[in-house]
Design a protein around this ligand. Structure first.
Ligand SMILES: [Zn+2]
Length: 199
């Protein structure tokens, strides 16, 4: 028997989210039905506010309230040195490691072939434009050493082909398969200092 229409619509909306199959969509939808109306109102509001009140920095692609973001707008930072990361969480992680005095480029969507996701082509095009415009002299690839991170790194290197920009990657102090966001700041700082040339 089909669900009542509003529940069916919720299940279908949830199924369109990355990494959520029909079973999970159904489980989440039934959880929503058991939640208090206050909790559901809060969830709906959080979804709307996150979408309506944030934007992507026109320079680095990070998620921000204002564009350019605070990091790009900070003129004490070296705007010729760009650390390429997969998402906003990795920017925060690099910032807490306190070793990168430059700015960032955020791919936003990790390369997740199983989920059909790969870095936003426009993020790669913007990076290429930043390099072609002579605004960037050094690229530090700080994608995770797992399958998705390696895939993203390969796409970045491909987008930078034919440019003279210097490219380095975080040293192998980063354990294979580790997500940057879970790394201890000091390990990440070591990997940054020990970065090696690539490409
Ligand atoms: Zn920015």
């Amino acid at each position: 028997m089909a669900f009542p229409e509003p529940l069916e619509r919720l299940v279908q909306s949830l199924e369109r989210l990355p990494g959520i199959g029909p079973r999970s969509a159904e489980r989440i939808a039934l959880h929503v039905l058991r939640s208090s109306t206050d909790e559901v109102a809060e969830l709906a509001l959080a979804l709307r506010d996150a979408r309506m009140q944030t934007q992507r920095c026109t320079t680095c692609g990070n998620v921000t309230l204002d564009s350019p973001c605070a990091i790009c707008a900070d003129d004490t930072r070296d705007s010729t040195s760009v650390c390429v990361v997969e998402g906003p969480r990795e920017v925060a992680k690099m910032e807490s490691a306190g070793v990168h005095g430059g700015i960032y480029h955020v791919l936003l969507d990790g390369y997740a072939p199983r989920e059909g996701a790969e870095p936003d082509p426009s993020a790669l095009q913007t990076l290429r434009r930043r390099v072609d415009d002579g605004l960037v002299q050094e690229i530090i690839l700080a994608t995770a050493p797992d399958r998705e991170g390696e895939g993203a790194a390969a796409l970045v290197l491909e987008a930078l082909q034919g440019t003279a920009v210097s490219v380095s990657r975080l040293a192998r102090g980063v354990p294979a398969g580790a997500r940057l966001e879970y790394l201890h700041s000091e390990i990440l700082a070591e990997a940054y200092r020990g970065r090696r040339n690539d490409a």
